[in-house]
Design a protein around this ligand. Structure first.
Ligand code: AKG
Length: 248
C-alpha cells in the first residue's frame, strides 16, 4: 500500500496496518524488556505494564520516540508530537485476558481528542493468540455508553455492538515489528489468548502538542518531536540509563 492509501484507510475505516516497521533486533530488545518487567513486577499481570511503571525507563522512552514510529503519525498529527500514554498489553500463552469492545476516547482526558494510537507488535499477533479486532468505520459513530465488564478482562468497561456490526469485524493480524494505527473513536477489542504463544503489543498514544492533557492524575509526558506549545503541557526530560537499575 502507498502512504496515501494508508492515510485514506485511516480516514475512512479508522485504522491501518504497516506490517514491517521496526527491525528484528529492536523487537528482540523490546521482548527482553517485557520479560525484564515481568521479573521486576511479579504481582502485576503483564497485560498491565502502563506508562507510569516506565517513566524512568530509558529503553521505553527511546522506543516510543523511534523515528520510524513517529514518521507514521506525522502525516496525521503534524510535525509537533508528544507522548500521552503507552502500555504493554502482553497476553501470556494459555491465559491471556480479553479486551472488551471499547472506544479509547471514552477513557482519556484530552482536549481536543486529537490522538493516534500506534500498536507495535512485539510478537506475531494472530487470530490464534488474540490479535486486536476492529469494526471498520466505527470511528465515525458517536461516543457509545461504556458499562462495567463482567469477568476477567484488561479493561473495566466496554460497549455492546450489534450482531450485524460484529459480523463486519476485521482481525488485525500483525507480524512482530509491524504497527497498526487506530483512531480514538474506533470500536476495537480482542479475544483472550488460549494458544500456547504469547501475544505482546505496545500501545503508544501520540498527541500533537496542541492537545492538552487534563484530569487530576499525575502523568509524565515527553516531547518526542518538534516544538511544544507554551502553556499546554509540561514535558519531562528523557530519563538516563542507570546501570544495574534500568533495563538498558
Ligand atoms: O491489545 C489489545 O488487544 C487491545 C488494544 C487496545 O485496546 C488499544 O490499543 O486501545
Amino acid at each position: 500500500m502507498t502512504l496515501e492509501e494508508h492515510l485514506r484507510q485511516y480516514e475512512e475505516e479508522g485504522y491501518t496496518v504497516f506490517p514491517d516497521v521496526l527491525d528484528a533486533d529492536t523487537i528482540r530488545r523490546a521482548s527482553d524488556h517485557v520479560e525484564w518487567l515481568i521479573r521486576k513486577h511479579p504481582d502485576t499481570r503483564p497485560e498491565h505494564f502502563h506508562s507510569h511503571m516506565m517513566y524512568d525507563d530509558p529503553f521505553w522512552v527511546r522506543l516510543v520516540a523511534d523515528d520510524r514510529l513517529l514518521n507514521l503519525v506525522v502525516p496525521i498529527l503534524g510535525p509537533n508530537i508528544a507522548l500521552f500514554a503507552s502500555h504493554y498489553i502482553c497476553k501470556p500463552g494459555g491465559d491471556g485476558l480479553p479486551v472488551a469492545w471499547h472506544q479509547d476516547g471514552s477513557y482519556w482526558p484530552l482536549e481536543p481528542m486529537e490522538v493516534v494510537t500506534a500498536w507495535l507488535a512485539v510478537d506475531d499477533s494472530t487470530v490464534e493468540n488474540g490479535c486486536m479486532r476492529v469494526i471498520p468505520g466505527s470511528h465515525q459513530w458517536p461516543m457509545m455508553e461504556h458499562r462495567p465488564v463482567e469477568g476477567r478482562a484488561v479493561l473495566p468497561e466496554g460497549v455492546t455492538v450489534t450482531l450485524e456490526d460484529e459480523a463486519r469485524t476485521v482481525d488485525v493480524e500483525i507480524p512482530a515489528g509491524g504497527v497498526s494505527l487506530h483512531h480514538p473513536m474506533l470500536v476495537h477489542g480482542s479475544h483472550p489468548n488460549p494458544s500456547p504463544k504469547r501475544r505482546c503489543g505496545l500501545t503508544i498514544r501520540y498527541i500533537p502538542t496542541t492537545t492538552r492533557i487534563t484530569g487530576e492524575k499525575k502523568r509524565k509526558t515527553f516531547l518526542l518531536r518538534g516544538e511544544a506549545v507554551p502553556g499546554i503541557n509540561e514535558y519531562a526530560p528523557f530519563p538516563e540509563s542507570r546501570p544495574g537499575e534500568t533495563f538498558m
